[in-house]
Design a protein. Structure first.
Length: 308
């Protein structure tokens, strides 16, 4: 059991003592899971990017762009066919932005930080142009089914979708050649190249996966909030990076787990939920997360220095 898991357990125990059933209830835990699921899906893509030693600052803007494009298609086509087409467009457009990021990093030799920061601006700007600067309304059937629907009347479909994404990404990372190559590139890109891995091609695929998951998250966001919420995702890139690093991934690459990322996503959500219920100012959440993040990076650096 890692220290970050212990922190999550301690937080849950603390808020349970302070707030009782107001916090420790099935309904509230369901709310926490639902609040975390959109960021979790994006964080899964960010995890793979960070494992390779890169970073993706564009995911929040890619979510907005994909959501706007998908919403336009849904409303234009109409009906179930429109929703299906819109979902496909959202995911494909997200993957396309990921391909742009990957090509900028591998072919144009732009640093991941600058490349994805540029993509953030371009994607957000195009989204605002396409939507004329206003939020678009999602189709009501999408909201009723995926947004508020529950499996067996208990588990929200959004949580089910995020859980399935986590399982699939865990299998890819731990059980496939693609996952092994991702870890190998993060450990040493030069050594991976000598071992016969096409590093540039693999990196493009990794960024495309991150973009596709941001596109998937855009559909989840549309279904939950009922609009494109253009202004509501400006900090998503920082939130998902925080989740991945809190989960034990190293910003230097080569280290990271899906389980850790899931836990890292839950910690800020649990903190905010607990603070609201116990009457603590929500602003303290930012301080607490910042403190834990600095400690996590510090411990990672100490661990690497000790190993070296």
């Amino acid at each position: 059991m890692t220290w970050i898991t212990l922190i999550l357990i301690a937080m849950i125990a603390c808020f349970t003592v302070l707030a009782g059933q107001s916090f420790a209830s099935v309904a509230n835990f369901r709310n926490i899971a639902t609040d975390a699921c959109i960021l979790m899906v994006m964080a899964l893509g960010q995890l793979f990017v960070i494992i390779t030693g890169g970073i993706d600052l564009s995911v929040g803007a890619v979510l907005v762009f994909s959501g706007v494009l998908g919403c336009l298609v849904m409303n234009s086509v109409g009906g179930t066919a429109g929703i299906i087409c819109g979902i496909a467009v959202s995911i494909v457009s997200g993957a396309a932005w990921g391909a742009v990021n990957g090509l900028l990093v591998t072919r144009a030799k732009v640093s991941p930080l600058i490349a994805t920061l540029g993509s953030f601006g371009m994607a957000m700007g195009l989204a605002l142009v396409i939507a004329n600067g206003i939020d678009l309304m999602a189709p009501l059937p999408l909201v009723r089914s995926l947004g508020v629907g529950r499996l067996f009347g208990v588990l929200p479909w959004l949580v089910v979708l995020a859980g399935l994404a986590a399982v699939v990404m865990a299998i890819i990372l731990n059980q496939t050649r693609f996952g092994r190559h991702t870890l190998a590139i993060g450990a040493s890109a030069a050594a991976a190249e000598r071992a016969g891995i096409s590093v540039n091609r693999h990196l493009v695929k990794v960024y495309m996966i991150a973009g596709a998951l941001a596109g998937m998250a855009s559909v989840m966001s549309l279904s939950r909030f009922g609009t494109t919420t253009i202004g509501g995702h400006l900090e998503d890139n920082l939130k998902v990076i925080t989740a991945v690093v809190l989960g034990g991934a190293s910003l230097l690459g080569g280290i990271g787990t899906v389980t850790g990322t899931v836990i890292g996503t839950l910690i800020p959500v649990v903190l905010l939920n607990g603070f609201v219920i116990t009457g603590i100012q929500a602003f303290w959440q930012q301080f607490a997360i910042g403190l834990v993040l600095v400690i996590a990076v510090y411990l990672d650096g100490r661990k690497r220095n000790f190993a070296g």
